[in-house]
Ligand binder design. Structure first.
Ligand SMILES: N[C@@H](CCC(=O)NCCCC(=O)O)C(=O)O
Length: 250
């Protein structure tokens, strides 16, 4: 019997007016619901207290969202160099084991921004903690007080790797992407294959080569106004189809 069409979305841990809370921005649940035609189910940010295998037992897919918080630097063997920025160990302690277990089971995964970064870390890669402080790279984050439309508007081109999964999915090698991140990939994990690059050479997308089904992540935000961007529509649709195919094999 097929699994229910459920895509798990790990929450962030946030303080809301003094109350510890689990949060996921609506743009992510909406993109999964309307773009992938699947039911989003939020996983609480309860760290290692959660049983990952129980969660995977009901999942047809995993969506890893962006977040203002940074992935814990200790997870890739570094000290935190940006201590003024938020971290979220409760989310890390869910997502890092979840990524490895989902790949082992073949559960489709789509990652965005922080989600992209945490997949790389989960699989043994590392991050630049402040891309904008490095001479070799452009700034990938609009500083200052800007509107959401300005912050999530197109920022730079991305070149998709010829013959890659994203190239085949979108039918072209050159797209425009938004950019809302201070961190970026330093060392790509051995089991990941770059799928797109920014003009400065920063990796903008990868696929998980050990994933038997769908394992894609991007540094940009395809969920932002998804229905207005044909590339984003294609990505969420392909993810939804992969989740459906997976659920029908279970
Ligand atoms: N903190 C990391 C991850 C960046 C990220 O996910 N940005 C999105 C912010 C809010 C959202 O739209 O979910 C970094 O700075 O690289």
């Amino acid at each position: 019997m097929a699994r229910p069409p459920i895509i798990l979305i790990p929450s962030c841990s946030n303080d809301i007016r003094g109350h510890a809370s689990h949060t996921v921005q609506r743009k992510y649940t909406d993109a999964v619901f309307y773009g992938s035609d699947m039911t989003p189910l939020l996983i609480p940010a309860m760290g290692s207290a959660l049983d990952i295998e129980v969660l995977l037992g009901v999942a047809s897919g995993i969506f890893l969202s962006g977040s203002p918080s940074n992935v814990g630097a200790a997870l890739y063997g570094e000290e935190v160099t940006q201590p003024h920025l938020p971290q979220d160990h409760l989310r890390d302690d869910v997502t890092i084991p979840l990524v490895k277990a989902a790949i082992a089971r073949g559960v489709p995964i789509l990652g965005v921004c922080r989600g992209f970064q945490e997949i790389n870390v989960a699989l043994g890669g590392s991050l630049h903690q402040a891309v904008h402080d490095l001479d070799d790279y452009d700034t990938h984050l609009l500083q200052g007080d800007v509107t959401p439309d300005e912050r999530y508007g197109f920022s730079h081109p991305a070149r998709l790797v010829e013959g890659g999964v994203l190239h085949q999915m979108l039918g072209k090698t050159d797209i425009q992407v938004n950019s809302v991140h201070g961190q970026g990939i330093k060392f790509l994990a051995p089991s990941l294959v770059a799928e797109a690059f920014a003009p400065d050479g920063l990796i903008e997308a990868f696929r998980m080569k050990d994933h038997p089904n769908f394992g894609i992540a991007v540094q940009w935000h395809p969920e932002w106004k998804m229905s207005e961007n044909p590339d984003s529509i294609a990505m969420f649709k392909a993810f939804g189809q992969a989740c459906l195919d997976y659920s029908n094999t279970q």
